[in-house]
Design a protein around this ligand. Structure first.
Ligand SMILES: Nc1ncnc2c1ncn2[C@@H]1O[C@H](COP(=O)(O)OP(=O)(O)OP(=O)(O)O)[C@@H](O)[C@H]1O
Length: 297
């Protein structure tokens, strides 16, 4: 496996703490999956646009995922370098295919760890990108798949909802060291969505306003009753935030503006991608192989 001289830091700025300090995390260095919860109008879209616009602008990050809303990931389908593993709308089979590809890529990378005498990948570039797997409204993805399984009378072995859950559990447990990160979004975290073991693999945790103390404790097990009561009163954009090695804090997410701005940011970040493609033959081959749109010669 070829590895480009890549970046080992992919900082994502989220906003400011209640003490005015910059708050964010590092997609590469923190090596953590990300869970974000928040009910409607809590500011979850703004927070997500912010994360994805920064990720998209970095040629060392490849964004894939499943988006039943047709909104969040739509710009990734319409960029110059279109991403085939972005699933738009409720499409259980396409979601299984996307997660299956992520799992195979993870396995392929893990197989390379011993030959390279490494226990994790921490440097990324266009020819060896960090893969960010976005699961928008993950409970809705699972429910949609379960409804389809029931409507089509699928036998247990053929059901897609359990396969989606299993892939997400496996990727959560195994793939961070392979340079793969999950960004799991939901209105509220529930035990039925991600079980306890898988949940412990999510190191970056963001809770915007939710009304149920159980949901707060689901992501922040040590939250006090006072913390939970406070979360219920959060204004849009205010968030309980945790990341590896740092305690819980209250922060205010950056406001990035209306959807059109976000969509244009993703589209124009293609210029960065295309510029990188000009620079490196290995990158050209990677994109030719993956997307079939660039002449590898
Ligand atoms: N960080 C922020 N700072 C200030 N205001 C914010 C912030 N985030 C969101 N808002 C305000 O809250 C409104 C709702 O935000 P947003 O659309 O992100 O919420 P949401 O949780 O995704 O809601 P929905 O599920 O309805 O889309 C925004 O239009 C804006 O007015």
């Amino acid at each position: 496996m070829r590895k480009s001289a890549g970046v080992s830091r992919i900082p994502i700025r989220l906003g400011r703490s209640q003490y005015g300090e910059d708050v964010g995390f590092d997609l590469a260095a923190d090596a953590a999956h990300i869970a974000m919860q928040g009910k409607t109008r809590s500011g979850k879209s703004q927070a997500t646009y912010n994360v994805l616009a920064q990720a998209a602008a970095n040629a060392a990050v490849r964004v894939v995922g499943s988006d039943p809303t047709h909104v969040l990931l739509e710009p990734f389908k319409h960029r110059g370098v279109s991403e085939p593993y972005v699933v738009s709308g409720l499409n259980a089979q396409a979601t299984v295919d996307m997660l299956g590809w992520v799992k195979r890529e993870s396995d392929r990378r893990i197989d390379q760890m011993w030959p390279l005498r490494t226990d994790k990948f921490s440097e990324f570039g266009a020819s060896f990108p960090l893969i960010l797997v976005v699961l928008e409204e993950f409970p809705g993805i699972l429910e949609g798949a379960a409804d389809e399984d029931a409507a089509l009378g699928r036998k247990p072995a053929e059901r897609l909802a359990p396969r989606i859950s299993a892939y997400v559990r496996q990727i959560a447990a195994q793939s961070a060291k392979a340079g793969i990160r999950l960004l799991l979004l939901s209105q509220r975290a529930e035990a039925s969505i991600i079980g306890g073991n898988a949940r412990s693999n999510f190191g970056v945790k963001m809770t915007l306003r939710v009304d149920e103390p159980e949901s707060v404790r689901m992501l922040h097990p040590s939250a006090s009753p006072e913390d939970c009561a406070l979360v219920e009163t959060f204004k849009p954009g205010t968030c309980l935030f945790e990341k590896p090695g740092e305690g819980r804090q209250i922060m205010r997410c950056d406001f990035v503006g209306e959807y059109g701005r976000y969509a244009r940011a993703i589209e124009s970040s293609d210029l960065r991608f295309l510029a990188t493609l000009q620079q490196d033959q290995a990158q050209r081959e990677f994109f030719a192989e993956e997307f079939g749109v660039v002449d590898p010669s």
